[in-house]
Ligand binder design. Sequence first.
Ligand code: NAD
Length: 476
Amino acid sequence: MAVMGEPSFRDSVDMMFNRAVALMDLSPGLEQKIRVCNSTYTVRFGVRLRGKIETFTGYRSVHSEHMEPVKGGIRFAMNVSQDEVEALAALMTYKCALVEAPFGGSKGGLCINPRDYEEHELEQITRRFAYELIKRDLINPSQNVPAPDMGTGEREMAWIADQYARMNTTDINAKACVTGKPISGGGIQGRVEATGRGVQYALREFFRYPEELAACGLRGDLDGKTVIVQGLGNVGYHAALFLSTEDGCKITGIIEHDGGLWDENGLDIRAVRDWMNTHGGVKDYPNATYVAKGGVLLESDCDILIPAAMEGVINLSNADRIKANLIIEAANGPITFGADEILRKKGIVIIPDMYANAGGVTVSYFEWVKNLGHIRFGRMQRRQEESRHQLLIDELERLSADKGLGWTLSPGFKETYLRGAGELELVRSGLDDTMRAAYQSMREVWHGRNDVTDLRVAAYIVAISRVASSYRSKGL
Ligand code: NAD
């Protein structure tokens, strides 16, 4: 997607890394060790489909094994390449370090357009790809744990988990070989929407600080802010849905693979998604203005721009026309190195991908722990928590009656207070805490050092220092 004269995605990530390490005090050897990608496995395999053999190419790249297992999604898309998986694997290393998920970084991809295949064909292809990776321990609960990414979801993760279990019949931790599974297949509540939820939590955290708002020329809270979202897939849909239905944001623009939609009064996200599910795209959606060249909507006026589709979409060809005050990178690598520089000069604040879309890996971490623990979160303590709360309520009511105080608890309070936390509440709490803590660590560097002027460099500095101390503690 990068335009002429721009570095590849992999080089772009390395250049962003280099900007940060230039401000750090790492030995050149350690700096190089952290930067390089440890290994990339390429596999070509044949699957018999519709009476003939079709050959597919897939990759699994491991960027850093300073912590194991390594973690990172598997993407199904036509433009998957070694360069792309290596860039994404590197981002995973830094992302996990930033949100303190105890993993190294990895990523996988298969060159395929999933829309071209029937479900049973996709299952055959996915299982065969998984087989190739499993037999080389590139899918394994203690070594390498994939997750969904572009073009994959719960369904594919369930096939992968089942394939692993078939090949490792005595592995009691088999389900932990992959995350993002459906609940019935060992998944966790809140994983499907986790990345979008994380984008929402990241924005809420950003909006807590007047200094942050001043930096991008915004005021107030999220209520009424205009938002343009590119990609109404897993990440973009959930982010847009939560921001519009829970925080009062107005989603004025949506950009999809077949064009864009515009409504300055705010689009109904559920309705657009329903339309996409039945029609395959946004074209002909009746309740908005359709723009055939959707990409131009990236350049429209808005408070917040959320690229949530793919890498390289904001590049040297359009960066100087971007008008948003704030960009939150829900996709990985949507802004190229050169565009990043232009946007910063224009005073646009960027909440970087490494942080912005870390909600997915955070909840994947919870799912992996759940699988290893073989118990759903909240199962042991929920009712005990409720009975302790009940004790307090009973005591308050008794005191009120005994002393004739006439206290009554406000409507809804009792039900809310009495309800013990189930898995979903605990996942949300853990995700919110993670997003806040990670933001704090970036913020300290951003505001605490004169030589750091943006959140991306701050994020890299935090992440690289953590990876570096992990390597140092191993004696490297
Ligand atoms: P997805 O496949 O669910 O959705 C991607 C959406 O983008 C689709 O609706 C697709 O039609 C649309 N799209 C494709 N090409 C487009 C184009 N040229 N212009 C506009 N829209 C286009 O994928 P996803 O899981 O939502 O991932 C999106 C991004 O978020 C990727 O960069 C991915 O790496 C990143 N991400 C995903 C997760 C996750 O948990 N799924 C976690 C972290 C980061």
